[in-house]
Each structure stands twice: as C-alpha cells, then as structure tokens.
Unconditional design. Structure first.
Length: 510
C-alpha cells in the first residue's frame, strides 16, 4: 500500500546511486553563519552552538536506532547554551505576555537572566505564568483566541521543543507536515498535488477536527508522551504549561483541556497527540482495510485523504469519526466533506450525467479539477476568495491609518504587503488571482490618496505611475509541484524500465 513518507518519491524499480553518500565531498572551512536576530545582544555562536547541536544529534541518533526506547534523562540537555540559542530564535517584535517583558528588555542582562532561569528550572522553583488572552480575526469573520506566553516561558518552551523534536522527528510519519523542522505548507501542497496527479485518486475526504486545540485531553496527551519520555521532570514541566491558565481582562481562567494556541510548544504537542490518534491509525487502516490507493496529507488538524474507491472513502470517514470519538474529538460537520475528485472524476461524472467535480480548500488554496490545452488533467490551485478578501480588508484598514504618511512610506509598506502575498500564493496557474489582488491594492491606494484632502489632485495616470514604481508585478514564483517534489525526493527515476506503479506523494511502500 501507499505510504506518504518524507522518503523519496519512488517506483517499483529504482536505480542505485552511482556513489555512496558523501563520496567525493571535500572538507572545506565554512564561513561562520549568523544566528538569531541581527542587531540584538551578542550571543555565543561557536563552541556553545556546536555543543548544543552535538548533544541533540546524539539524542536524535539514539531515537532512530530504538523506536520504543523511553528517554529517562532529558532535562539536563536544557542548559544555559540551549536557553541562549532558544532566546535567539524568538521573534524580536513579538507581543509581551503578562510579565510585560520584551525581547530587548530581557536581553539587556541576558546572561544573568538565563543563568537565573536555568537555576530555577533545575531546582524545581520555576513556575510558568498564565498566558495573556488576545484575539485575531479569522477569514470567516469570527475571532480566533490566542495565548501570548511570558518571555521566559517562550524561551524554555523553545528549548524543550528542540530536545523533543530530536526524539519525535524519528517517529513522525512522512504525511505529517505541520510545524515540523524543514517542512512547510508548500511541501504539504506539493505532496498532495503529486499524489492526486500521479495516482488513481477518485475521491477526496477533506477532514477538519472541530476545535482541536481547545479540546485536547491532557491525560491522554501525557499518556502519549510517556511512551517516549521517561524523564518525570519533563513530564511535570509540560503539565505546568498545560495547567498555567489564561489571563483575560485581569481574570485568571484555568485550563482543564486543550493547548493554548500561540504557545511555542503547542504545535509539537498537537503533532504528538495526532501522531498516536490519527497517523498510526491511518497508516494501519490503509495497510489492512483499504482495497485501493489511499494517499494521506496532514497539516496540523487539517487532513486530506485521497481514495481510489468510493467504498474505501466512506468506510474511512465512518471509522475516523468513531476513532476520534474515543478521544473526545469530532469532525467538523461543515468543514468535513467527501467529494469526487481526481484525474478521472470529470469523465466519471459526465457519464453519469452530473456536473463538474466539486472543489475543496487546503492551506489557503482552492483545488480544482481542470484541463490542459491538450485536454489532459490538470490540478488547478487558486487563492481562496475569502482569504483574499480578508487580506484586502486589512490593507484597507491599515491604509486609513497611514493616510497622511508620505507617499514613499506608504509605497514601501504596500510593496512589502504585496510581495509577501505573492511569496506564498504565486503558484503555477494562479496568475488571475495574483493580478486581481494587485489591482485591488492599487485601487485602495488610489482612493486613499484621493481622500487625503478635498483639494487632492491625484489622477489615475499618477496612480498608475506610483503603482509601477512601488507595487510589484505579479509573476509565478513557485515551480510546478511535481518538479519541486522530484527535486526534493530525487530517487524517483522517470526513465526506469518498469512503469511507475505505486507512486504516491511522499514515498511508496510495497
């Protein structure tokens, strides 16, 4: 059956490498890399950084060798060097928690503060502060609650995440992409596009776990952690973070379930929770129950599963609903959909007298069954309309605040906004949405300039000249997903003598 691993996209017959790994490499002296935030306090980036990497590398290798070993001594890895490294990895302009400390303020006496934090941690005197509750607007108009942790809690959580990542990266499955080192949203999108384009996927289950981060059961999470973590001090530390509570309007609210969204450690805990609840179960279901092709891509709690047969798709959906119910979770009734989709969906629906295949959304893109100029299947990915409208509303509101700034200052800010939008959304066959976004930004800027004064004389011609100077033009910045996937997973051989059966996004398993 198919296995979405980070391993190579492979075929039944693969050609061995011409030389062993690492052959022919020359040992050269490399330039020292800059670490952390530029302009911040000077941190040790030589021996201490090397020792941190070396110690965690030993943990990583040990985790790979023994998949069932429990690590009984981990907290000693959280030393001053690792805390200093964690501090350098934090966002410099991030909001302050209930302690009111900013990154710059803490760095004024960095070594003294880190030594004190390290001492309190190892003598058991460390106590996390509650998170400060804040809200951000979602694309659908609702508000998403976030928890802003205190700065020392962020530092310590970042250090513990580094240690735990060394263990769990050896366990996590290849089809898990959310919040993992060296993996991003476009890696998940590439894997999904490759799986749909190169396998006989006819049905797509777009699954979303309802209020996942708010309903994670603490006791189940601790039980899952104890499969690999035998250090009671680390388990107690994680319990403290889970029970720290939330401060909202100067009122402390306890947290009996869930992980605070916005906390540094929450994504890792969520991946561990879903690894045992979904990933291992889905892998076993695919190998024992499925009758055809099954591909899986998961990014945090957003799950997309492709099936060759409808009977497999419907049975998987029901079994998944029962599986989640065992852990007090449920599928979102509106966001979870089973649709006919894939290379053969349009033809199959046409023979039955139905319309075009439905679409689904994943990681900010609407996926559409399209056609090439020669009539072949093409997976179209366009920016979601609601996401683009939400971004334009934010641009409009911000322009009102910047209305009386110099035009050059407005132009620089708009350039950053448009450039950031293109950096993520400029995928092949999405040019229409990119041009539409740029056009609307120019329109908003023109209207803002016209409203600066009743005597403003900004003309459309001048607005076009300003746009040509400051607003980047739309062009595709990402390669075709299959090509980038092949580059990252180069063992796939297009010239192999045996047809590339059993190809799937993320790897193949016979």
């Amino acid at each position: 059956m198919y296995d979405l691993q980070k391993s190579d996209l492979c075929v039944v017959a693969t050609k061995p490498a011409n030389e062993p790994e690492g052959a022919g490499e020359e040992s050269v002296e490399r330039r020292q890399r800059t670490e952390g935030n530029a302009g911040g306090p000077h941190t040790c980036r030589t021996q201490s950084r090397a020792s941190v990497i070396q110690k965690l590398e030993r943990v990583r290798e040990r985790a790979k060798r023994s998949k069932k070993e429990r690590f009984t001594a981990l907290l000693h890895h959280v030393d001053v060097d690792l805390l200093r490294w964690a501090y350098s990895r934090l966002k410099r302009g991030a909001a302050a928690g209930v302690d009111g400390l900013t990154w710059e303020q803490y760095g004024e006496r960095l070594e003294e503060n880190l030594a004190d934090l390290h001492a309190r941690l190892h003598r058991g005197a460390y106590r996390p502060l509650p998170s400060r509750r804040t809200y951000i607007a979602k694309a659908d108009g609702r508000m998403r609650p976030l928890g802003v942790a205190a700065l020392e809690d962020k530092i310590l959580q970042r250090a513990v995440v580094a240690v735990l990542n060394a263990i769990y990266e050896a366990d996590f499955r290849g089809f898990s992409y959310g919040f993992r080192p060296n993996r991003g949203q476009h890696d998940a999108l590439d894997a999904l596009a490759t799986g749909i384009s190169r396998t006989r996927v006819n049905w797509i289950l777009d699954a979303d776990i309802e209020s996942f981060f708010d309903t994670v059961n603490h006791e189940w999470l601790i039980r899952f952690l104890e499969h690999r973590i035998g250090d009671a001090r680390v388990i107690r530390l994680i319990r403290k973070w889970l029970k720290a509570g939330v401060m909202e309007a100067k009122v402390l609210k306890p947290t009996a379930a869930g992980t605070p969204q916005g906390a540094v450690i929450s994504p890792l805990l969520a991946n561990i929770y879903l690894h045992y609840i979904f990933d291992l179960w889905a892998e076993r279901w695919r190998g024992r129950t499925a009758h055809g092709v099954v591909i899986v891509v998961r990014y945090a709690d957003d799950i997309v599963v492709g099936f060759q047969h409808e009977v497999d798709a419907r049975r998987f959906q029901e079994d998944l609903r029962e599986r989640l119910r065992e852990f007090a979770l449920s599928l979102h009734p509106e966001k979870t959909r089973l649709i006919e989709f894939g290379r053969f969906a349009a033809g199959n629906r046409a023979r039955r007298g139905l319309g075009k295949p439905e679409t689904f959304n994943f990681l900010g893109f609407t996926h559409i069954c399209g056609r090439t100029r020669t009539g072949g299947f093409a997976l179209l990915r366009t920016t979601r309309r609601d996401r683009m409208r939400a971004r334009l509303r934010l641009v409009k509101d911000e322009l009102r605040q910047r209305m009386h700034q110099p035009i050059a200052q407005q132009g620089k800010w708009l350039r950053q906004v448009v450039d950031g939008f293109f950096a993520y959304h400029a995928v092949p066959m999405n040019s229409a949405r990119l041009n539409a976004f740029r056009h609307h930004v120019i329109q908003l800027w023109y209207r803002t300039l016209r409203r600066r004064s009743q005597k403003d004389c900004t003309t459309r011609t001048r607005a076009d000249r300003l746009a040509a100077r400051w607003i980047p033009r739309a062009h595709i910045r990402h390669p075709w997903p299959e090509r980038r996937f092949d580059v990252k997973h180069p063992r796939w051989e297009p010239s192999a003598p045996i047809a590339h059966a059993r190809i799937c996004a993320g790897g193949a398993q016979q």
